[in-house]
Design a protein around this ligand. Structure first.
Ligand SMILES: Nc1ncnc2c1ncn2[C@@H]1O[C@H](COP(=O)(O)OP(=O)(O)OP(=O)(O)O)[C@@H](O)[C@H]1O
Length: 328
């Protein structure tokens, strides 16, 4: 059962973007300091980066040739994410990984990014949610009209950006229920909604377990501790179901899932889709895209999105490999 939320003056809750848990029962976990910033490269004063590895993070139209006509989108819908000419380096080495990414996502849209190993897909996702391993060196990224570059990772999460990681981390000593309850209440506070008591939270989360075919004892286990690969992936989607993000970035949620688990996870994600929220999936396989049908598929190559189209891109890729869709 989740513990009562302690005073916020002494501790901050974990969020989907910052899943740190306090090892003390009954107390909210203090987040590691995420404040220090390295000198920015390229003199971009507005850019923020969070250099501490411990501060683990949780949070289109794209063409290589910006003169090419973008795919029509929007149709009166709100713009959710707008990324323009985004460049980013590995903070430690300065190696450039993102080399001018453009992506536009409107509310209610499902997008997928495909691309060769090492092309920069996960880096892009992690940069969006503010991962400390990377430093943005140019371009812009706006989420619901707010400048993501000026927001700490936990603020991005509270604003409605969610990322499921390829390898979700364990949080020893923090139960799933406590973690989810605290993260959810943090989001409710952000939305000016009253917090849920542990009992109210239990009633809220219980039906979501069903959605994912998860047993209730998952809530009492420590976050991801001893979970199989597939269980971790389900648990990530449970977090998403609880937190209800406006933009969910799902990095290879299909990897390591057996066919039933994939169906459960896809069903849950589809069940969460509304005309107001969006999904950005990263995947190598058509199989996932047949379950969660994207409106747009983007191909990333060498740190930028080089092609955007519909599901036929994934079909070509499956049949012909990357030579069939490569622009280089
Ligand atoms: N923290 C890091 N330290 C060193 N190299 C990194 C780091 N993050 C990314 N890279 C390198 O950046 C490149 C892009 O990595 P990324 O994980 O974004 O690729 P990807 O397209 O997601 O690949 P995959 O399909 O294999 O998951 C790779 O060459 C990777 O080794």
């Amino acid at each position: 059962m989740a513990s009562a939320p302690p005073s916020l003056s002494t501790a901050r809750p974990p969020t989907a973007a910052s899943p740190h848990g306090d090892r003390r029962r009954g107390a909210l976990p203090p987040l590691p300091s995420c404040g220090a910033r390295p000198p920015s490269r390229g003199g971009l004063r507005a850019l923020r980066s969070v250099p501490l590895r411990r501060c683990a993070v949780r949070a289109a139209l794209s063409t290589a040739d910006r003169s090419a006509a973008p795919v029509e989108s929007g149709g009166g819908k709100e713009l959710l994410l707008e990324v323009r000419d985004l460049t980013a380096v590995i903070a430690e080495t300065g190696q450039e990984i993102l080399k001018g990414v453009d992506l536009t996502i409107y509310e209610g849209e499902v997008h997928a990014i495909m691309g060769k190993n090492g092309s920069g897909k996960s880096t892009f996702a992690k940069v969006l949610v503010g991962h400390p391993d990377y430093e943005v060196t140019g371009g812009s990224m706006m989420f619901k009209g707010e400048n993501l570059l000026e927001m700490e990772p936990e603020d991005r999460s509270l604003a409605g950006l969610f990322m499921s990681f390829q390898s979700p981390i364990e949080i020893p000593g923090v139960s799933n229920a406590d973690f989810l309850n605290m993260a959810y209440n943090a989001r409710r506070r952000k939305l000016n909604q009253p917090e849920l008591s542990p009992i109210e939270f239990w009633a809220y989360v219980y039906p979501k377990l069903d959605l994912l075919n998860m047993k209730a004892d998952f809530l009492n286990r420590n976050v991801n501790e001893g979970f199989s690969g597939g269980e971790r992936k389900r648990n990530e989607i449970l977090q998403l179901a609880v937190l209800g993000a406006e933009l969910a970035i799902l990095d290879e949620i299909d990897s390591g899932l057996d066919v039933d688990a994939l169906r459960d996870v896809a069903k849950a994600v589809n069940g969460l889709l509304t005309p107001k929220n969006s999904v950005l999936m990263i995947t190598h396989y058509l199989r996932l895209l047949e379950f969660i049908e994207p409106r747009y598929i983007h191909v990333m190559e060498n740190g930028k999105i080089v092609k955007t189209g519909d599901i036929s891109i994934a079909k070509t890729l499956e049949k012909e490999g990357f030579k069939g869709v490569s622009e280089m």
